[in-house]
Design a protein around this ligand. Structure first.
Ligand SMILES: *Cc1c(COP(=O)(O)O)cnc(C)c1O
Length: 453
């Protein structure tokens, strides 16, 4: 057999032509949007004032296993894809483990994360529909940057509501977003009704993804020809992110790699849902007996300590309800350094898989996550994003178990991005001022009390 290269790059011609719709493979489908009045189904037409039409169709499509990637999107994908699948040989050596560790690296584009995979089609479809502007929220800034890049490529005006703590922690993120031509507003802001209300009720709040979403939605609804786009959680975002899993699957087939454990960090669940997509289909169809692990911060533990409920996607309770694992839409997580993982809920697809026992979940304190990030950076070279480092933590723990048992397992994880804009987090870790905040049961109860169904 040909030797497996350290870095597996597929050819440009091997870039997938279709996304994989995991919903169509699931025996128990994720539930679609419900009305907050009486839990009745929300018809897709009702969402077309808020979201782009094509995306609503993808959101509701429970039957087509594959959906074509438009040529105009593939063209943009080719500027940064296929992304490499890398064998973490130096980390393996450092850990002295018999396990084989592979990671799919999504940090090779300028925005620095997997988010560009969904930003591209979302802007493309908006343009096709003749829309004239977009709004969105961003937590740590990766989604805002990715969307600003895609909007620059397709020529679409954009306003980004950025979670206030993140905009203060990361001034360079703001600069990059503005460099690509988008307008940036720190959230909560005085520019929307809901922003003003949140500020009145919580003066001095650092904001949250949930708040920023409410503001972006309000702005989109009040502006002619404007729609709101979201960087995670929703089914169509998981669909777009399946490009990660499809490329990984193809590379694994090509080099006869068989993952026993597939690991991803989970914020809203889109990168994880995308990475596992074809592998999970094999598991559902009885062709693969792998373990799947979602990893979240212990400061925002929606799977490991959340409730399986119908909840709003935003703090302002303006979205329809989604059935998911959630901490309650009023839960505002402590300001940890993994801004991209500070979301109260979890993708309905990932939530359903977890609920059906097809997936496991783990949570880690941020200092433990950074121990793993540092070990990875020093052995593999790449500086990981704090969010991605949750997956590294879990992968390292599994590799250490393999050392204890002598098992030569193959561990695959998603390295969702790079940490160049997270240096304030690395500074805090290096000078030992980083702390852990784990919500008490009483803290969580406050969030749960906002749940109605
Ligand atoms: C946004 C982000 C995440 C979280 O992704 P989800 O798909 O919402 O779970 C993880 N890693 C990085 C680098 C991110 O930017």
């Amino acid at each position: 057999m040909t030797e497996i290269p350290l870095k597996i790059f597929l050819e440009e011609s091997e870039l997938p032509r279709q996304w994989h719709n995991l919903k169509a493979e699931m025996k128990n489908k994720p539930e679609l949007f419900k009305s907050p009045k009486d839990l009745s189904d929300v018809p897709p037409e009702a969402l077309e004032g808020l979201f782009c039409k094509e995306l609503v169709e993808q959101e509701y499509n429970l039957t087509d296993k594959y959906i074509d990637i438009p040529d105009g999107v593939r063209e943009f994908y080719k500027t940064f894809r296929p992304s490499p699948l890398i064998r973490a040989r130096f980390l393996e050596k450092e850990l002295d483990t018999p396990a084989k560790i592979y990671y799919k690296f999504e940090g090779t584009n300028t925005s620095g994360s997997h988010k560009l995979n969904s930003a591209a089609p979302q802007v493309y479809y908006a343009k096709q529909q003749g829309l004239t502007s977009l709004t969105t929220e961003t937590g740590a800034g990766q989604w805002g940057t990715a969307l600003a890049m895609a909007c620059a490529f397709y020529g679409m005006p954009l306003t980004v509501y950025m979670v206030k703590v993140s905009s203060e922690q990361k001034p360079y993120r703001k600069a990059v977003i503005e460099t690509y031509g988008a307008k940036l507003v720190a959230s909560p802001s005085e520019t929307t009704e809901i922003g003003r209300k949140i500020l009145r009720e919580n003066p001095g709040t650092g904001g949250s993804l949930g708040c920023a979403i409410s503001e972006a939605i309000e702005a989109a609804m009040k502006t002619e020809g404007c729609r709101y786009v979201l960087g995670s959680v929703l089914n169509h975002v998981v669909l777009h992110q399946s490009i990660i899993g499809l490329e990984t699957y193809k590379a694994c087939e090509k080099y006869d790699i068989h993952p026993d454990i597939v690991i991803g960090c989970a914020g809203g669940g889109s990168n994880l849902g995308g990475l596992i997509s074809p592998f999970m289909a094999d598991k559902i169809n009885g062709k693969l007996n792998a373990r799947f692990i979602a990893v979240e911060p212990s400061s925002c533990p929606s799977l490991t300590r959340g409730k399986w409920a119908y909840d709003f996607g935003d703090t302002g309770k303006t979205t329809p309800l989604m059935r998911m694992y959630t901490l309650g839409s009023s839960f505002i997580p402590s300001p940890s350094h993994s801004g991209g993982l500070r979301y109260h809920g979890m993708s309905p697809i990932v939530s359903q898989l977890y609920h059906d026992g097809l997936m496991e979940a783990q949570s880690y304190d941020q200092t433990k996550v950074f121990d793993a990030a540092i070990l990875f950076a020093r052995s593999e070279g790449t500086l990981p994003a704090p969010e991605s480092s949750h997956a590294i933590r879990a992968a390292i723990n599994e590799a250490i178990k393999c050392k204890e048992t002598g098992e030569e397992k193959t561990i695959l994880f998603g390295l969702t991005g790079t940490g160049y804009f997270d240096m304030s987090a690395y500074i805090a870790y290096n000078n030992q001022s980083m702390s852990d905040y784990i919500p008490t049961d009483a803290d969580l109860q406050a969030g749960f009390s906002s749940l109605v169904f």
